[in-house]
Write a protein of this length. Structure first.
Length: 173
């Protein structure tokens, strides 16, 4: 038996979030249609199709926006969430929030995603929305809520809880 064969057996594939190549960035102002569908910007459609089979997960966020994950990225996030302790109240609450509200959605042939009504209601989404790229996912905001959050942050009234951000010093801005 060759050593090469045994070497391959022990290898693990990279986590989905490491294999996923697309990066989502920028702020995109969009409109929901009358059925509550969101049209994904053209520059992201092909990568969502190629790398996620056109499947995405929508869930809620504590900031009253929605999180939109390509399915392979969400699967890794979900695995990490499931490993959290169910005894810890904060971990249990986070699991309830993110996994409990998660909805699998498909990108249709027109590049649109139907946002489920309960999720639209949670985030206060009506006609005007903002899609905010976060690298491996998007945030979907009510446009007025996004502008208010951004302006408060820029004015220094943001949600700074005084906690240092891990590894922030290693970033070069």
């Amino acid at each position: 038996m060759s050593g090469e064969k045994w070497e391959k057996v022990g290898r693990k594939s990279a986590p989905a979030h490491k294999r996923y190549k697309a990066l989502f960035r920028g702020v995109n102002r969009l409109s929901l249609d009358s059925k509550g569908r969101l049209s994904i910007p053209t520059r992201y459609r092909q990568s969502l199709q190629d790398e996620a089979g056109g499947q995405v997960i929508l869930t809620v966020d504590r900031d009253r926006c929605l999180l939109l994950y390509p399915l392979p990225v969400w699967e890794e996030v979900e695995r990490q969430l499931i490993r959290l302790s169910s005894v810890n109240p904060r971990a249990r609450a986070l699991k309830r929030l993110l996994i409990g509200h998660a909805e699998e959605c498909g990108v249709d042939s027109g590049g649109r995603i139907l946002l489920p009504a309960p999720l639209r209601e949670f985030a206060g989404l009506d006609k005007q929305v903002v899609l905010v790229g976060q690298g491996n996912k998007f945030e979907v905001w009510n446009e007025a809520a996004w502008l208010a959050w951004r302006d408060a942050l820029l004015a220094g009234d943001g949600q700074d809880d005084g906690e240092p951000l891990p590894d922030l010093d290693s970033l070069a801005f």
